[in-house]
Design a binder for this molecule. Sequence first.
Ligand SMILES: [Zn+2]
Length: 91
Amino acid sequence: MKFIIVASLITVLLLFLVWKLRPYLLVLREAMRFMSEIKRTADARRTTPPKRESLVRCASCGVLVPSSRALASRRLSVVYCSESCMRQRER
Ligand SMILES: [Zn+2]
């Protein structure tokens, strides 16, 4: 009988403690989630380095454009930044 009383007292005490510490536990959990989010972002940034792409100069206006976005001339061995630059130069 005595054991039951002690056990229930301990249970009530534990429940009271958890109830009192709940805000702190929630803050702690939020902080943990925030930290893991930062870590994941940093890992993602490390695993996918920014692609280095060579820049080419537009033969018409002289602006630098990534080689994948540059328009190559059909007649001349030059590149252009846009359709309008190509038309302007190859008229
Ligand atoms: Zn241009």
